[in-house]
Design a protein. Structure first.
Length: 296
């Protein structure tokens, strides 16, 4: 990896790490999720980064893809498993990191997620297979008598590309991919006392540009332009658009672009049996001594 690109990755990682720690401090009983999300995203911008995706603040059985809308009334409760997932990019180079916070105290679910991540990270050396990493993560879940979530994975990162072609499984698989020096991965194990699967739930709160398509509404055309240019084709929050158009026009514009095949909606992901989920995540660059860009 070129030194200049490495330095940008490290800068994005520092911003993400500091922002995540800042976000942890905002998680207080009674605080609205939308206020936490807005503050975290402002923090990213103030440090010279941009969101690589909307802040995800997923509670309890919601594993991922919950980014509150502007009028969201959801607040934090002491018993909640609050998953903060923060993405930062600097000139397109991405850092992705997450933590689970529980005001009532950490329990074995959170400890399991943290150990899953800590077990996987040192394995990101050239020549290691992704299957080995997935098996090691799954074995930690078994040690805690919990389940890794099978249909959620980590992912390779590229410039302006959150899912750059390879997945990091959280269970044993038959993958024959071996990792190579300089590759960059977001490693994000999820664990649960439930069955270990997630399912789609409505409504989507996060979207991403796919392609330019003919759309009738002026607002839909504006939305496509924002998604493609201002958001760099990366995922964006419905909340961001709500600041620029009325709620009704946002709904109509999103619906029109999705029907046209121009926009991809990310459904909320819930644990299929309704059990709580914990998550931990860092971004790592493959090397003989793996480089964790998002380490505090």
């Amino acid at each position: 990896m070129e030194k200049e690109i490495m330095n940008i990755y490290l800068k994005a990682g520092r911003i993400a790490a500091e922002t995540l720690q800042y976000g942890r401090g905002l998680v207080k009983e009674g605080t609205a999720l939308v206020d936490i999300a807005e503050a975290i995203e402002r923090k990213i911008e103030s440090m010279g980064g941009k969101p690589a995706f909307p802040v995800n603040i997923s509670l309890n059985d919601v594993a991922a893809h919950y980014s509150p809308i502007l009028k969201d009334k959801t607040t934090v409760k002491a018993e909640d498993y609050v998953k903060l997932d923060v993405g930062v990019h600097v000139d397109g180079w991405i850092a992705d990191t997450a933590v689970t916070v529980r005001l009532a105290g950490e329990d074995k679910l959170i400890k399991c997620a943290n150990k899953m991540l800590a077990t996987a990270l040192p394995m990101f050396r050239p020549g290691t297979s992704l299957a080995e990493i997935g098996e090691a993560i799954e074995n930690v879940a078994k040690e805690f008598k919990l389940n890794a979530i099978r249909n959620l994975t980590g992912h390779s990162l590229g410039r302006y590309d959150l899912h750059a072609g390879f997945v990091v499984p959280n269970v044993h698989t038959s993958s024959n991919k071996t990792i190579a020096e300089g590759e960059v991965y977001a490693v994000e194990p999820f664990c649960t006392p439930g069955g270990g699967w997630v399912k789609d739930a409505e409504p989507p709160m996060i979207f991403r540009w796919i392609a330019d398509r003919p759309v009738r509404m002026a607002e839909a055309r504006k939305l496509l332009q924002l998604a493609k240019a201002d958001f760099n084709k990366l995922p964006f929050a419905k909340r961001w658009i709500e600041k620029q158009m009325s709620a009704m026009k946002v709904e109509l514009a999103l619906r029109q672009t999705i029907v046209a095949g121009a926009m991809h909606p990310y459904n909320i992901l819930k644990e299929s049996s309704g059990a709580a989920v914990a998550q931990a995540e860092h971004t790592v660059i493959v090397a003989d001594k793996p480089i964790i860009t998002t380490k505090p």
